[in-house]
Design a protein around this ligand. Structure first.
Ligand code: ZN
Length: 304
């Protein structure tokens, strides 16, 4: 073998090895994928199943999801039964032993975060589609973003120990940037502290608690139950009596009822993003808060 040929072989081997050594991560949602990307950098590959503009409670299974799950070393999920309607059958059908429940590559992110709205007492059908383990929309508090990043750093390091120092460095840098960004977000939201809002679904409790907004009602009469005329009237009356001006709606809900509430109360309907990927230009965890906070502060400014 001549020198150039042996160099070529060495280069090919190196590139094959580095490709093979990347941890193949699949996340149930774009939010988890975005945080995984912050920590994993170029030592992992990340893809997501649900898109950020879709309702994460109801995702239409596609054959392409199975292909992604079949290749994965690690599956990151939100948990708290958010994905219960669609992810478990896909995991089973993938027949990938690495990501089955109890395998090392099955990772329920909810075990590492602060969870709100954990029901006390018995849950009945009359309560609607209540999340029985607590509210799964927890990633909308940057403190939970931080906890998720730490958990992923530990998990990636456990599965790919040779890159542990790299993951630790990236995670520390993410926390540093997040702390810096939070100062800006807090400053922008400070004038709106205590303002009352209506949301469509209970997607924003972590966000509103963190940024001191007061959610006093929902367009849904009960979680997962579509609007009814009598409940809509209650919301209209509440908005009028308490001078509430903002109705926050997730991108995947029908705007007819929120718009009609807005018209009857002089309020504004804002399509607030619960997820990275909710609109094309929001591709990172930081951009998600930038986008939502700009939208909110702009709208509140109109109603000073
Ligand atoms: Zn929900």
């Amino acid at each position: 073998m001549n020198i150039s040929r042996s160099l070529l072989v060495a280069a090919l081997t190196a590139s094959l090895c580095s490709a093979a050594s990347k941890l193949n991560v699949i996340a149930a949602t774009e939010d988890l994928a975005a945080i995984a990307r912050e920590v994993g950098g170029d030592r992992i590959t990340v893809d997501s199943i649900a898109k950020g503009y879709q309702d994460p409670h109801f995702v239409e299974p596609k054959p392409s999801f199975l292909l992604k799950l079949q290749k994965a070393d690690l599956l990151l999920m939100v948990g708290l039964e958010l994905e219960i309607g669609w992810l478990p059958p896909l995991i089973t059908q993938s027949r990938n032993p690495r990501i089955q429940p109890a395998a090392a590559g099955y990772f329920d992110t909810s075990h590492y975060v602060q969870v709100l709205e954990i029901p006390t007492g018995q849950i009945t059908r009359a309560m609607g589609d209540v999340h029985p383990l607590g509210n799964p929309h927890y990633w909308l508090d940057p403190e939970n973003g931080r906890r998720i990043a730490r958990a992923y750093k530990d998990k990636f390091s456990q599965m790919q120990a040779s890159d542990a120092a790299y993951f630790a460095e990236r995670e520390a840098d993410f926390e540093k940037r997040l702390t810096e960004a939070e100062k800006g977000w807090d400053a922008k939201m400070a004038p709106s502290a205590g303002r009352k809002v209506i949301t469509y679904h209970r997607s924003f409790p972590n966000f509103c608690e963190r940024f001191k907004l007061n959610v006093v009602g929902y367009v849904e009469p009960k979680p997962g139950i579509p609007p009814t005329p009598s409940h809509t009237l209650e919301v209209i009356n509440l908005m009028k009596s308490d001078n509430i001006k903002l109705i926050l709606v997730e991108p995947y809900f029908d705007l007819r009822t929120p718009n009609s509430i807005g018209q009857q109360t002089g309020g504004t309907v804002l399509v607030l993003l619960p997820s990275v990927g909710g609109v094309k230009e929001v591709t990172t965890y930081f951009q998600l808060f930038d986008y939502d906070i700009n939208l909110l502060t702009g709208a509140f400014a109109k109603y000073k």
